[in-house]
Design a protein around this ligand. Structure first.
Ligand SMILES: [Zn+2]
Length: 285
C-alpha cells in the first residue's frame, strides 16, 4: 500500500508534469451500487457531478497530505485521491483499454493522467480547496512526520496519546502521525531495536529517540529511492521505486537478521490484523 514516500514521489512528479494543464475530459469505469449516496466517484451520480465540475478547469498544482494525493484546480476545486491498496497515477499516452485503468483525465497537452487500480479500493472525490483542512478525509489526520517543526517532543507527545497501544499499531494510526504504514513501520522498528508489540509507555527514552531518528531516516530514504514497489507501486512515469531492495525486516521472514553480530532470524506475527516483521533477538520484548 502506498505510504508517505510513494505518495510524495507521485505528487512531486505530477506537480511538475501537469501543473498549468487543463482537464479537457474525464472517463471512469468505477461504478458500484455499494457507494450509492456516497461522495466518491464509484457512485455513478456523484461521478456525473465530478465530471461536470472538473472538466475545463486548469490544474494549479499537485501536493499531498498524509497518504492522499491532492490535485488543486482553479476556482476552488481540489481532487482528492487515496490510492489505498494497489492504486497508482500515471502520466502519458493511456486509454480505457489499458488494464486496470479505472479513471482517465484527458489533458490539454494531448496526454492523459490515468489512475490504475487493480483491486478497486481507491477513493476519489472532490473537495472545495478552502475547506480541505476541515474535510472528513483530512481533518483527523495527525501531523506530517517530515515537517521541520515535528521534533522529538512533538513525536513523543503524539505516541503518548495511546500509552498502552502497541507501538507498531500506534505508528500506523493516521490520527497519531500521518503517512506511515506497514512497510516503513517495520523498518523503523528494526533499526531502533523495538518489538512491534511493545506498549508505547514501556519504551525507554533512548529507544524512543532512536525511533524518532529512524522514522525521519527511513521515510527520507524511501523518498530518495522513489518509493517501494514490493506491491505494484509505480511512479507517474510507470517506473518502479527501489526501496524494496533495502528492506531489513519487511517480508524477510525466516532470513538471517542483518544487524551486526545479531544472528537472529526475522519472524512474522500479526499485530492488529496486519503482518509485522521483526527480529526476535535484537527486537526482543
Ligand atoms: Zn536482529
Amino acid at each position: 500500500m502506498p505510504e508517505l514516500p510513494e505518495v510524495h514521489t507521485t505528487s512531486t512528479i505530477l506537480n511538475k508534469l501537469v501543473s498549468k494543464l487543463v482537464i479537457t475530459d474525464v472517463w471512469s469505469s468505477y461504478n458500484s451500487s455499494f457507494y450509492k449516496g456516497k461522495e466518491n466517484i464509484k457512485n455513478i451520480y456523484y461521478f456525473k457531478k465530478f465530471k461536470k465540475e472538473v472538466t475545463d478547469k486548469k490544474i494549479i498544482g499537485v501536493n499531498r497530505r498524509g497518504k492522499n494525493v491532492l490535485i488543486n484546480l482553479e476556482k476552488n476545486v481540489t481532487i482528492l485521491i487515496h490510492m489505498r491498496m494497489t492504486g497508482h497515477l500515471l502520466y502519458g499516452a493511456y486509454s480505457k483499454k489499458h488494464r486496470f485503468v479505472r479513471l482517465l483525465f484527458n489533458l490539454s497537452d494531448g496526454k492523459h493522467l490515468a489512475f490504475s487500480d487493480m483491486r478497486k479500493f481507491a477513493k476519489v472525490c472532490m473537495i472545495k480547496t478552502n475547506e480541505l483542512k476541515e474535510s472528513v478525509d483530512l481533518r483527523e489526520l495527525g501531523p506530517e512526520p517530515l515537517e521541520n517543526n515535528f521534533n522529538f517532543e512533538h513525536f513523543k507527545n503524539r505516541l503518548y496519546k495511546k500509552p498502552n497501544g502497541k507501538i507498531k499499531q500506534v505508528l500506523m494510526d493516521q490520527t497519531i502521525i500521518a503517512g506511515i504504514g506497514n512497510i516503513y513501520s517495520d523498518e523503523m522498528l528494526w533499526i531502533s531495536s523495538i518489538h512491534p508489540e511493545m506498549p508505547v509507555k514501556k519504551i525507554s527514552e533512548i529507544k524512543m529517540k532512536n525511533l524518532f531518528k529512524a522514522m525521519k531516516e527511513v521515510l527520507k530514504k524511501g523518498i530518495k529511492m522513489n518509493g517501494d514497489s514490493m506491491s505494484d507501486y509505480r511512479n507517474p512515469y510507470g517506473e518502479k521505486g527501489q526501496f524494496q531492495n533495502t528492506h531489513k525486516a519487511y517480508r524477510r521472514t525466516g532470513e538471517l537478521c542483518e544487524k551486526k553480530n545479531c544472528k537472529g532470524i526475522i519472524q512474522r506475527i500479526k499485530v492488529g490484523g496486519r503482518s509485522s516483521h521483526f527480529c526476535s533477538r535484537h527486537q526482543a520484548i
